[in-house]
Design a protein around this ligand. Structure first.
Ligand SMILES: [Zn+2]
Ligand SMILES: [Zn+2]
Length: 196
């Protein structure tokens, strides 16, 4: 899990103060809170709206090397269905698990998530976990029927939608001519005349 090189902001709902937990191995603390989603979790097609609620249900456990965080985060998702282009509004619950090392533990491990000034910043973990969980091609529902390839009609709204009168483009001009009943009659009478 990559650490962002920035100082955790104690005012952010995604920053957790471990002071109360202490460093006694085995100490435990449960945290339920609603934080605000930061900017830029997700992709263009689907993502977490900035400022939307992030429902955290976490357990902090003091271990020898640091603090183990486990739990869940529920986020809102907004996007566009890749098949029918309708707007998607949904929620997603992700499992969080990460060990945050004390500053003095394994100092050579650059990749490790760390506790800084007794604070844990959950944002990088939340960001990485949610993005990994996002669908590559989001759909409004698993059986979304998509759009009619010919006219773009939404097939979810009109399951029987079909183009029965599909004609070979080479004959399109002819069928238009035949569709006019007057022309038909004329043609018929002309043929009748020519037979005589
Ligand atoms: Zn759809
Ligand atoms: Zn159509």
């Amino acid at each position: 899990m990559t650490m962002f090189n920035r100082h955790p902001d104690p005012r952010s709902g995604l920053v957790i103060d471990t002071h109360e937990l202490g460093r006694r191995v085995g100490a435990m603390k449960e945290i339920q809170r609603v934080a605000e989603a930061p900017e830029g979790i997700g992709m263009d097609v689907i993502g977490v709206p900035p400022g939307s609620p992030v429902d955290l249900d976490l357990r902090l456990e003091s271990v020898v090397e640091g603090v183990l965080v486990t739990g869940t985060a529920e986020v809102s998702l907004q996007g566009q269905c890749a098949r029918c282009l309708e707007r998607i509004d949904s929620a997603e619950e992700v499992d969080l698990q990460e060990l945050y090392l004390y500053p003095d533990k394994e100092p050579d491990d650059d990749e490790a998530s760390r506790i800084e000034d007794e604070l844990i910043d959950l944002e990088p973990l939340l960001r990485d976990t949610v993005v990994l969980d996002l669908p590559y091609t989001p759909v409004c529902r698993p059986d979304c029927a998509g759009l009619c390839p010919e006219c773009g009609a939404n097939l979810n709204a009109d399951p029987d939608h079909a183009h029965d009168d599909r004609v070979d483009p080479r004959w399109a001009g002819l069928s238009g001519w035949a569709a006019d009943p007057d022309d038909d009659n004329e043609q018929a009478s002309q043929q009748a005349e020519s037979k005589e």
